[in-house]
Design a protein around this ligand. Structure first.
Ligand code: ADP
Length: 162
């Protein structure tokens, strides 16, 4: 049987339990998942790509079959370099749908061989996003049940001087 590899791309600024839930469920479908942190010049991230990769590596250390990488440029090109044909994305709400549909459509246009596979969020994480976590942490709210301990500590450190 063939070895099924999926690429899970995103900002992961920072990784949350919602991302980790998609990863552990994705491993029931794929043999290997490469989490690919996007260098996105249009966004102003809180954590550098190196910090995001490091936090993801710590968070996924127990998930065998998960690797962490980063990329710049077109997703379809990156997917080819990894010899993967599938992109994994999570869907939380209807609001995610239109955006994701557009990305999947442009990627299909750029590479007709590439498929995007969507996994629905677990209901307990349907409200959870990296931006909500940053907003809560910025004003001193507890994020312990939303992100791994290392991420909570890194957020505390980032906002300590604000
Ligand atoms: P992007 O900037 O590409 O949207 P994110 O880090 O916000 O990057 O998200 C990466 C992927 O993880 C996206 O497919 C997003 O829908 C999914 N995701 C984020 N949070 C959750 C969650 N709580 N449940 C399910 N999927 C999620």
């Amino acid at each position: 049987m063939s070895h099924k590899i999926a690429i899970y791309p995103g900002s992961f600024d920072p990784v949350t339990f919602g991302h980790l839930d998609i990863l552990s469920r994705g491993l029931q479908v794929f043999d290997e998942i490469i989490v690919a942190v996007l260098h996105n010049s249009r966004k102003d991230p809180l954590f550098s790509v190196e910090e995001r990769v490091h936090l993801l590596e710590q968070a996924t250390a127990d998930l065998s079959g998960v690797h962490v990488d980063h990329f710049e440029g077109l997703l379809v090109d990156y997917v080819k370099t990894q010899h993967a044909g599938v992109v994994l994305r999570g869907l939380r709400a209807i609001s995610d749908f239109e955006y994701e549909l557009q990305i999947a459509a442009i990627n299909k246009h750029l590479d007709s061989q590439m498929e995007t596979c969507f996994m629905m969020t677990s209901s307990k994480y349907s409200f959870l996003s990296s931006s909500m976590v940053k907003e809560a942490a910025r004003y001193g709210g507890s994020v312990d049940r939303l992100v791994p301990a290392d991420v909570a500590a890194a957020l505390k450190k980032k906002f300590a001087n604000d």
